[in-house]
Write a new protein. Structure first.
Lengths: 264, 206
């Protein structure tokens, strides 16, 4: 039986879709059978970020309305074995799916897949309610801005009310140079306010913009720091203990220490 | 004289049973009556099949059962010749109803029509144009176009700038290649060729 994880934030533009695409791809790279589900009906993006837009024939609305079978709705990723996408419908709106139907759909997917990563729309209305309906766990994405953190706090409260307690936190788009100068909230400031477990920190990285525009999640690339950060998050999801990444040069504190010892 | 509901018609391949629109019980009665009357004649004939003006599949099957099981008549395996089969899809791709749309079809918008569609404007990625006939776009097509939506494989999609995310004609689906492709600088037309969507310039001498 698989695990369903919803990626949500409250605020728009903080990187939910990018995070979903990278975590989904990262888990598939680790060999887990994974499906990413776009619940942003009417404003779908996940297919574009993953470069699968040209393969969509059926979408999530067709699946819940039983216009097609679940298998027909699942789009196989072009690069990674065991990675699938269930696209949102673009020509309908959030009311096209009901939370009960989502529960049924996610339960069905849990029989087939080890991880179901659900991309939530921005906001706290029906689209959000749909996206969390079938989830076992929630990951909150936020950026180091007071508005994003405020919305994240609101969403954590809503999730708890729906029985999704202990959500985990992903902080996106940190700029270490600004944090140092005191111009940006640091990780501890954010955790102080939200008081939830930290799953990972993604640095602000040009490589993400490039990879998004190419339709290839950054996690597949070797070198970018953001790719390493996403790979670490994926390993933490699977239960592995992974050291925190040094966001300045990509080395863990431990390997830095070793270098220091041997460089003498 | 009232037109008969059941008629036997001869073509060069053999004969077929033609059923006019009417009450199904009456049709059955008339068919049985005729078969009784001319049993000997039909024994040796090459019966091609049954063609009804307004019969459901179940009704057609019931009539076949009467002919085959009750009267032990052999129905040719070749079936009805193609020219007798009524097309079940929209055929007005040479001359037919056409909808003209002025403006851009944007992401999430859908244009559907039971005929041909002409768009004086663009179709953006995420937009969908679905016609039972042809689709002509006097602009760029970057979204999805579905021509011959109810099964006409002869339908075409033409655009000044043809770079669709996906092209569907009849029940055939073609998708944009994953690699970057060089956008053509001339108008193109897409049609089905050997079961695949083929894109070619429609002004071959240019």
């Amino acid at each position: 039986m698989g695990k369903a994880i919803v990626i949500t934030s409250g605020k728009g533009g903080v990187g939910k879709t990018t995070t979903t695409a990278n975590i989904g791809t990262g888990l598939a790279m680790l060999g887990y059978k994974t499906v990413v589900v776009d619940t942003d009906i009417g404003l779908r993006n996940l297919d574009v970020v993953m470069g699968l837009e040209n393969r969509i024939v059926y979408d999530i609305v067709d699946v819940v309305e039983k216009t097609c079978r679940l298998k027909q709705g699942l789009i196989r990723d072009k690069r990674h074995e065991g990675l699938y996408l269930l696209a949102a419908a673009q020509t309908k709106d959030k009311t096209a799916v009901k939370p009960e139907q989502m529960v049924e759909l996610i339960d069905e997917l849990k029989k087939e897949f080890e991880y179901i990563i659900i991309d939530s729309p921005a906001g706290i209305e029906q689209g959000f309610q749909n996206s969390i309906a079938g989830a076992d766990e929630a990951y909150i994405v936020t950026t180091p801005e007071i508005s994003a953190v405020r919305d994240a706090d609101r969403v954590i409260g809503l999730l708890e009310a729906k029985g999704l307690s202990n959500p985990k936190l992903i902080i996106n788009r940190i700029r270490q140079d600004m944090v140092k100068k005191g111009d940006m909230m640091n990780v501890d400031d954010i955790i102080d306010i939200l008081a939830i477990e930290l799953l990972g920190v993604i640095p602000d990285d040009e490589a993400i913009v490039i990879s998004t525009n190419k339709g290839e999640p950054v996690v597949t690339e070797e070198n970018p720091l953001s790719a390493k950060a996403f790979r670490n998050i994926c390993r933490r999801i699977t239960g592995e203990k992974v050291e925190w990444l040094n966001l300045e040069n990509g080395e863990s504190k431990f390997s830095k220490l070793i270098k220091l010892l041997f460089s003498k | 004289m009232k037109e008969e509901l059941v008629a036997f018609r001869g073509v060069k391949e053999g004969i077929y049973i033609f059923i006019r629109q009417g009450d199904f019980e009456q049709i059955k009665g008339e068919l049985i009556k005729k078969l009784e009357e001319y049993t000997d004649f039909f024994q040796g004939a090459n019966i091609l099949g049954i063609r009804g003006e307004d019969l459901s599949e179940d009704e057609i099957n019931e009539l076949y059962n009467i002919v085959q099981d009750k009267y032990k008549l052999h129905i040719s395996e070749d079936g009805l010749p193609e020219y007798l089969e009524e097309p079940k899809f929209y055929t007005g791709i040479h001359e037919g109803m056409t909808k003209f749309i002025h403006g851009t079809i944007r992401s999430g918008q859908v244009v559907e029509y039971d005929g041909n569609i002409v768009i004086i404007g663009d179709v953006n990625p995420g937009g969908l144009v679905k016609a039972k006939g042809n689709i002509i776009i006097l602009g760029s097509l970057k979204g999805v176009a579905h021509a011959g939506a109810d099964g006409n494989q002869e339908a075409i999609v033409a655009a000044y700038d043809l770079q669709p995310t996906q092209l569907r004609i009849g029940n055939i689906i073609g998708r944009r290649p994953d690699e970057d492709i060089v956008a053509s600088t001339f108008p193109e037309v897409a049609r089905i060729y050997n079961g695949e969507v083929l894109i070619e310039p429609y002004l071959p001498r240019k």
